[in-house]
Design a protein around this ligand. Sequence first.
Ligand code: ADP
Length: 614
Amino acid sequence: MAKVSLKHIYKVYDGKVKAVNDFNLEIEDKEFIVFVGPSGCGKSTTLRMVAGLEEISAGELWIGDTLCNHVEPKNRNISMVFQNYALFPNMSVYDNIAFGLRMHKVPKNEIDEKVRAAAEILGITEYLDRKPKALSGGQRQRVALGRAIVREPNVFLFDEPLSNLDAKLRARMRTEITRLHKRLQTTFIYVTHDQIEAMTMGDRIVVMKGGYVQQIDTPQNLFRWPENKFVAGFIGTPQMNFFPATLKRDKGGVTVTTKDFTLTVPASEAYRLDEEYLDGERKVTLGIRPDDIRPVAKAKSGAEIRAEVALVEELGTQILVYANTDKSRLMEENSETAFCAATAGNPGICAGKEVCFEVNTAKLHFFDEATGQTVKHRIPTVTVKGAVKGGKIKMLGAENALPPALSTKLENGEYEVTLPAEALAFGKSGYAGTVEEVDDLGKGRVLYRVCCGKDRVFLIAEGGRAAGESVFVGVAAEKVTFKQSGEVIVGAIPATFRLGGRYVRFKDGKQKKHCIETDGVRIETPFEFNRKMYDRGRSVFKRNLAFEASADKVKFGGDIPVTVEEALDYGDKKYTRLRLNETTFCIEGEGGTNVMFDFDDVKVYDSDIDMRLF
Ligand code: ADP
């Protein structure tokens, strides 16, 4: 039984090469996790840190309830299976499997029982007397699996175990390892560069690139809701098609314009798009999966692409049609006008023909052209119009009083009101609406799309509500941003704040003390915090650091002097804006000119190399 937690794990070589950056993952007991990404992205390094074969530069690794950063590999209760099997050539299969148990001085009869049981599971009983050289690649990999199984570890680690096998055998071993996982009911962490392996085997997949985690989710969610262009292109075969495009809001939805075609995003999906990209100018990348483009006799309006066919590949049940909207670039596979469509059945299409394709416009993807980040969100932050008059606001089809913190600052007029999902909750009063769409996010969280007046909002709650149900939506005013012509008039209260500074030690009479020195203010630090700092080595005294605190963990009282800037009355909740020299932050509560930090909550960053220390 083992949960594995990787908390802000970094791997830095030679003090500067960052192979793994801020890797965070909670692996559930019995979960099958796959790390996937191109060569050099840091997946093996991460796995090796879990195994204990590589030192952890920063962060915490927990296996079960044990902090394992400095635990010897042999004491971590894990088994690792490598690409090159690592079998002893001069030993029989039986002895290879028994080797680890003999090293651990397990009684002979117990070893025999375990070896035979593992051989049975893996179907290699008849080869127990053979030497590895008399086995095929697949059989050798099974022996390596057997050696891992008999140790009955809490966690299995696999480092590209199938890379040396041919395609057919890989596919078979893939299913065998999945079955093995079901049978052993143990946590599996599996590294591969092959996205098909990842998609078919993992309960959840960690997609990595250049030392950074790109996205962690189930195969279906990665496919449906890629957070950036890299994940979108990496996951799914054939690959997603990309086109340079612009977006513009129109009456019926959003118009997508590319060089050779235009499409319409239906109104029901347009809410998911970031407002600032809908000006008809900002450059985005349109992504369409081959499965969402199909050749048709006549396409629906707003969903048509006309293109010339370059090549048709018949794969049995699936037919891939490679086409180009620019006739003159027909054979340029990588041109910005080329795409691939996947279809079933034979549509009687052949190369050289001009064909009409229909696009599933509900399933389009959009990414910022420069950063590659998605601009279409499963959990959107919507911006609605709000009209303020005499301390009241009219929005979402109703009028409600503003709390004093807002009524004193918002003059009469029209505002753009930004409502993140976490600012909204079902309540007994607030804005009346109707549930329109229910989307299960997993782990008891359900995303609801609610129609209030003429607007749609998104909020997350426990399940139990159905489409068509009448509800009230409550708004947490402190989490809302009010803008006019894009300029922030009143912002949401930030959840965290950062203080820049150094960690210093000094003598107070005879006593040695430690503190963080920030903006010329010294804040004494407690023992446990100092211990964590010392764990990072002496260099912490020389570095430029940043200290991050959650605003809700800072309380009035204590001995850190602050200046009160203003009281913020949000009705049910009262906040105070405080100043600590150059830094301002808001905390809940009223009064007092001293605060205290909860140092268990304070996160420390090395500003020089942008690395979280803990
Ligand atoms: P992957 O398993 O995704 O192919 P690795 O985890 O093996 O990638 O490597 C991640 C990065 O760390 C690569 O850029 C690699 O060059 C670098 N790296 C690995 N080992 C060392 C080392 N001992 N010294 C310096 N850089 C290393």
